[in-house]
Design a protein around this ligand. Structure first.
Ligand SMILES: *Cc1c(COP(=O)(O)O)cnc(C)c1O
Length: 434
C-alpha cells in the first residue's frame, strides 16, 4: 500500500519509507493513497488490542518489509490495556489511555514506532539519532519507548525550568541510549534547534537523524486501534454508533479516530475538545484558518496554535461544509478546567488530568438532545498523577502516582544544561556521554 503527501499527491512512499521519513519531502503529511476496505466483522473476533492492531494496520503494511513482523510489533506496542469504564449509566463511558509506561496515550504510538524503527535499522552500522524537542509529554513517551533499543539513540531537548518537576523526572531518568538536555531557552528554542539540526550539512554527514514527531504515520495508525476496540465493544452491546470527545492539540489522536471511522468502524460524532488555543474551533465557525503562537494553559500538552494534523483532516474533507459535518469543536478556558476537575471529583469521585477535564467540560456543554442521542465516550489522555502539581490544590488531597510512573521516580535523574543554539547542540551530540 502507498501513502501520498497531503500537498503534492505525486510524492508517495511505502509504509516503512513513510515511517523513516516522518514528513514527506515537500513538507506535507502522509495519508493513504487509497483507503483499504476493512469489514468490522473481520475485526470482531480479535482477542485483545495487539491482535486487533495486527488486523487493522495489516492492510496499510501490505507488501511492505515490516508486514511479516506486524504481529510481533503489535504485541510489543500493545502490552498494556485501554479499559472503557462506565461513567453515568449506559450513555457515558471513559476510555482510559493512560496505563502505559509514561501514563499518557502517546505511549501507544511511541511504542509502535519504536518497534518498527528498531527492525528497520537492524544491521546498520551507524546508530539512528532521534531528536525530540518537548514541552513535557512527548519526550517522556518517546524516551521510554526507545530506551534500551539497539541501534537507536534518543536526544531529548526540553526548556530549562519550564516543565513541571513530575515531567522533568520522566525526561531525565533514562540514561543508557537516552540523553536529556535542559536548554537555556523556551520550547520554541528547542524546536528551532531540532529543525536547524535536520538542515545542518555537517550533522547530516556524520549521523542518521530522525524525529519521532506526532505527525509520523507510525504514531498515528496505532492510535486508531483503541477507537476500533472501543466502538466495536460498545456498539455490540448497544447497537448504535459510539461518539467520542477527544482532548485535542495537534489533532493526532483525533485524526486517528476519524481514520477509524473512515475504515468502517461504528463511530458516530467526533468532538474536538480544545483548551484556550482556539485555532480549530474558530476555523470550523468562520472558515478562516488563522494559525498563531500557542498560549500556555493548564492542559499544556494541548498548547498548539497551528495544529499540524489539520492537513490530514482537510485532505479527507477538502470542503469546509464536509469538515463541519465530520467533526465539531469547542474551546475550554483554564477557569472552566479547574471548575470541572473540582465538580467531577465531588459528583463522580473521578480525578481528571487537565486534558481529560477539557473533554469532560465539552461533554457537559453539549445540548441535552445531543447527549441523549447515543452513546458517548470521554477520552482520558493522561493519568492525573502526571499533573499532581495542578490537581492536588484543587481537590485538596494527594493524587497517587500510577505504578509505572512511581517506578520512574525511583530512578536517578541525569541531564546536562546547554545554550539555546545549534552550536551547543552540535557539541552535545559529538560528546556522546550525558
Ligand atoms: C499530546 C496530548 C494531547 C493532545 O493530543 P494531539 O494528538 O496532539 O491532539 C492531549 N492530552 C495529552 C495528555 C497529551 O499528552
Amino acid at each position: 500500500m502507498r501513502f501520498q503527501s497531503t500537498r503534492d499527491g505525486r510524492l508517495t512512499a511505502g509504509f516503512s519509507e513513510a515511517l523513516m521519513q516522518g514528513l514527506s519531502p515537500d513538507g506535507g503529511l502522509y495519508v493513504p493513497a487509497q483507503w483499504p476496505v476493512i469489514e468490522p466483522a473481520a475485526l470482531k473476533g480479535a482477542e485483545g488490542l495487539a491482535q486487533l492492531a495486527e488486523r487493522l494496520i495489516g492492510p496499510f503494511a501490505a507488501g511492505d518489509a515490516l508486514a511479516e513482523a506486524l504481529g510481533q510489533i503489535s504485541a510489543e506496542a500493545f502490552n498494556f490495556p485501554a479499559p472503557v469504564l462506565p461513567l453515568e449509566g449506559e450513555r457515558l463511558a471513559v476510555l482510559e489511555l493512560f496505563h502505559g509506561p509514561t501514563a499518557a496515550f502517546k505511549d501507544f504510538g511511541a511504542r509502535f514506532l519504536a518497534a518498527c524503527l528498531t527492525r528497520l535499522r537492524a544491521g546498520q552500522s551507524r546508530p539512528l539519532t532521534i531528536l525530540v524537542a518537548t514541552s513535557g509529554d512527548t519526550g517522556g513517551a518517546v524516551a521510554a519507548a526507545f530506551h534500551g533499543r539497539p541501534g537507536i539513540e534518543v536526544v531529548v531537548l526540553f526548556p530549562k525550568g519550564l516543565v513541571s518537576p513530575t515531567q522533568q523526572q520522566q525526561l531525565t531518568c533514562w540514561g543508557g541510549n537516552v540523553r536529556s538536555y535542559a536548554v537555556r531557552g523556551t520550547f520554541d528554542d528547542c524546536q528551532r534547534m531540532v529543525k536547524q539540526a535536520f538542515l545542518d550539512e555537517q550533522l547530516r554527514r556524520t549521523r542518521a537523524l530522525s524525529s519521532a514527531n506526532s505527525i509520523n504515520l507510525g504514531r498515528l495508525l496505532p492510535q486508531a486501534v483503541y477507537y476500533a476496540a472501543t466502538s466495536l465493544a460498545l456498539a455490540a452491546s448497544g447497537g448504535e454508533p459510539v461518539s467520542f470527545i477527544i482532548p485535542s492539540g495537534n489533532l493526532g489522536n483525533a485524526a486517528a479516530c476519524i481514520w477509524a471511522r473512515k475504515l468502517g468502524l461504528p463511530i458516530g460524532e467526533v468532538v474536538l475538545a480544545h483548551n484556550a488555543n482556539r485555532t480549530v474551533p474558530e476555523f470550523l465557525a468562520d472558515g478562516h484558518w488563522r494559525p498563531r503562537p500557542s498560549i500556555a494553559t493548564l492542559a499544556s500538552a494541548m498548547d498548539v496554535g497551528n495544529p499540524s494534523n489539520m492537513e490530514r483532516l482537510r485532505a479527507l474533507y477538502p470542503d469546509i461544509e464536509q469538515l463541519r459535518a465530520a467533526v465539531s469543536a469547542c474551546s475550554v478556558e483554564d477557569e472552566a478546567i479547574r471548575a470541572r476537575i473540582v465538580e467531577d471529583y465531588r459528583r463522580l469521585g473521578r480525578i481528571w488530568c487537565p486534558h481529560t477535564a477539557v473533554a469532560a467540560e465539552a461533554y457537559a456543554r453539549l445540548p441535552q438532545a445531543r447527549r441523549r442521542s447515543g452513546r458517548w465516550v470521554l477520552v482520558a489522555t493522561a493519568h492525573p498523577g502526571k499533573f499532581r502539581e495542578i490537581i492536588e490544590p484543587l481537590i485538596g488531597r494527594k493524587v497517587p502516582l500510577p505504578p509505572a510512573l512511581a517506578a520512574l521516580f525511583a530512578r536517578a535523574s541525569q541531564y546536562r544544561e546547554i545554550d539555546a543554539d545549534l552550536g551547543a547542540l552540535r557539541t552535545a551530540l559529538a560528546d556522546g556521554a550525558a
